[in-house]
Structures are given as structure tokens and as C-alpha cells.
Design a binder for this molecule. Structure first.
Ligand SMILES: [Zn+2]
Length: 356
């Protein structure tokens, strides 16, 4: 630990120029976002559960990024999908019928690709939390490009990360399949669904239900066939996700070319992986520290806003002008504090609204 910190300090001493090219590129992309704050690499990410009712939205210095406050006083960042969709990732090699539109030669891919899987502006939910029933790799002399995760017919299947649906259709073999492309270039595949709940070109948020589990296509019982791909090449999803606990193993994932080979199965706690995590971690410290000041400012802003907020639970007979009088404010001010509220909005009894 101390050794790692020392390395981080050295990296910081010479500034961001020490970062590998990919990380630098990521950072400059994200400068547009201004408050892009990578989280530490080694911290695993728990699966997102329902966040409850959003009470309030606070603007940040970046018009595309807002802070959402929830009824339980937690908060998180939210970025406009229209802003994310401007990335060329969502227009290049965009094809709503072919599972692999890239046709990139393996030799054209770099040896290592640094992929930010989640950061403070993005989230993760385990698509289906369970023991892996059939692993990635060669199976009965056929290449198995993903993992099989048992579920019951009709169980919800969640989008692991936010992204744009590239494919939603029936295909031989896969059955009903949804393929989502993510901003970092990864694609996730969800196959054998009994029902698809999204269409091609739809935007989906991490944790959104995109379909229901089933056994369509080449399948002998209800299960989710889940794949992770980069540039059309599948790699073992277990490098990313521990399906049994539902946690995401990496925030920054160092995808190596050898992971893209048919038999590169996830090997837990190999020395090599430790090395990768270690080197990724030292880079994280450098990046994280360089933007820590911005994070602190945003957190303080959110905390200050949350501290002075006053909420009111709607009771029978309440209306906006009565509430405005009661709390010494105006109808307009209350509307401004509650996303989507207008002076003529109907107040649902039991709903919690912000009044100050
Ligand atoms: Zn499968």
C-alpha cells in the first residue's frame, strides 16, 4: 500500500504527462465533462439497486451534468444521454442487424486497451445475479462466447451499463437478443430472452430492464447467455463481473489482447492479474488526485443544497399557493425546485416535494 502511494506520488510529481496515452485521451475527452472523477481501480462496484424517488435536480458547472438528490438524502451525478450520444462510438460501425459489424483484424488491435467501465457519472447493475452455469471458452468443440446464467422464465434482465441499443431482434442460435453498445466501446449481449423490452437505437440506463429471461433460440432451458465484446471480439465476462456476488471487479479494466482468444478464461487472483490491477491502480491514483479538488467542490455544493432543503409530504387539501404561503416562498420557486412541476401540476397525496 505504502509502495503504491509512493508510486502515485511520483506520478503526481511530474503531473499528467506520465499517464499512458489512452488514459490521457480519456481524460481530455472527459475534460468536456469537467467533473469526470475516476474512482479507484481496486474498489469493486456493487450492483445498483433501486435508488428510490428522485426529489431534486441541481445544476453543475457543466450544463450536461446534473446532481440528482433522492428521497433518502443520497445523491448522484446524472449526465444527459444526448451529450453521451455525441460520441462517434455510436455512429461508427453502427449496424442494427449484424452481431459483429467491426470485422477488425486482431493484429490491428493494441496489446492493452484501458477501458473505464464505470466512473462517477456512470453506473452498473449486474444483469442477472447468480452462479455461472456454463463458462466462457471451448465447449463441445464449439466456441462459447459468453457465460450462461440460469434464471426463471420471465425474470427481469438488467442493462449492465448505460448505452444505446444496437440490436433488438430474433436471431437463430441467440433467440431473442439485445445488444447494447456503451460509451467506452464495449458491447454487452443478452440472449435467449422470452421478451425484448427495448428497440434498436433506444437509449438505456444502467439497471433498466431490457428484457425478460427465457429459452428462445438454441437453448435447453431458461438461462441468460451474456457476452462482453470489444471491437467484435468476445472476452470472458467474468474478467469484469463476479456474477455470484453481483459486483463489478474493475472500474478501470485493462483489456489485454490475449483475453480476446477463445480460451482465455478468467483466472481468479493470478499473479498476472494482480500485476495488471496494481499498475492500473497507480495510474488511478494520479488521475483521481488531479480531479479531486473538483469532486470536493461538487460534493460540498450537493451537501450544502441538501442541508438547506425543506420537504413537504402532500396531504389532502394541499395546493401550491397554500404551500407557498405556509413556507414563505412562491409557487414559482417551488416549481423550480421540483423537476417537471408547473403551477398547474396535480399534487399527488403522499408525494414528497421540495418546498425550500
Ligand atoms: Zn451460452
Amino acid at each position: 500500500m505504502h509502495f503504491k502511494k509512493a508510486i502515485a506520488a511520483v506520478l503526481l510529481a511530474c503531473g499528467l504527462c506520465c499517464l499512458p496515452a489512452t488514459a490521457q485521451k480519456n481524460l481530455s475527452n472527459k475534460k468536456k465533462a469537467e467533473i469526470q472523477i475516476p474512482r479507484l481501480h481496486l474498489e469493486s462496484v456493487p450492483s445498483l439497486e433501486k435508488s428510490g424517488q428522485a426529489l431534486d435536480t441541481i445544476p453543475t458547472s457543466n450544463p450536461a451534468i446534473k446532481i440528482i438528490l433522492y428521497a433518502d438524502y443520497t445523491w448522484r451525478y446524472w449526465r444527459e444521454p444526448s451529450d453521451i450520444l455525441q460520441s462517434s462510438v455510436f455512429s461508427e460501425y453502427w449496424d442494427t442487424s449484424s452481431p459483429n459489424p467491426y470485422q477488425v483484424a486482431l493484429s490491428d488491435l493494441p496489446q492493452r486497451i484501458n477501458i473505464w467501465v464505470v466512473d462517477t457519472l456512470s453506473h452498473y447493475r449486474c444483469p442477472n445475479k447468480t452462479k455461472v452455469y456454463s463458462k466462457f471458452g471451448i465447449r463441445h468443440r464449439r466456441r462459447h462466447q459468453g457465460v450462461d446464467l440460469p434464471l426463471h422464465n420471465g425474470d427481469p434482465v438488467y442493462a449492465a451499463f448505460s448505452g444505446k441499443v444496437r440490436i433488438s431482434r430474433y436471431m437463430r442460435g441467440y433467440g431473442n437478443i439485445v445488444i447494447i453498445r456503451h460509451e467506452n466501446g464495449l458491447e454487452t449481449f443478452y440472449a435467449h430472452l422470452s421478451k425484448r423490452l427495448v428497440d434498436s437505437d433506444d437509449w438505456v440506463d444502467a439497471g433498466q430492464i431490457i428484457g425478460l429471461g427465457g429459452s428462445t433460440g438454441r437453448s435447453t432451458g431458461a438461462h441468460l447467455h451474456f457476452e462482453t465484446r470489444y471491437q467484435g471480439y468476445a472476452f470472458d465476462p467474468q474478467w469484469l463481473i463476479d456474477f455470484e456476488t453481483g459486483t463489478l471487479r474493475h472500474r478501470l479494466f485493462v483489456l489485454q489482447k490475449k483475453h480476446l482468444s477463445a480460451n482465455s478464461r478468467y483466472v481468479p487472483e493470478s499473479e498476472e492479474e494482480e500485476q495488471e490491477i496494481y499498475s492500473g491502480d497507480t495510474r488511478d491514483y494520479a488521475v483521481a488526485d488531479s480531479v479531486a479538488a473538483v469532486r470536493k467542490a461538487e460534493e460540498e455544493k450537493a451537501a450544502a443544497e441538501a442541508a438547506k432543503a425543506v420537504y413537504h409530504t402532500i396531504k389532502s387539501g394541499d395546493n401550491l399557493s397554500r404551500l407557498a404561503r405556509k413556507y414563505g416562498t412562491s409557487v414559482k420557486a417551488i416549481c423550480n425546485l421540483n423537476a417537471g412541476m408547473t403551477p398547474s401540476s396535480t399534487l399527488r397525496i403522499g408525494k414528497k416535494i421540495r418546498v425550500k
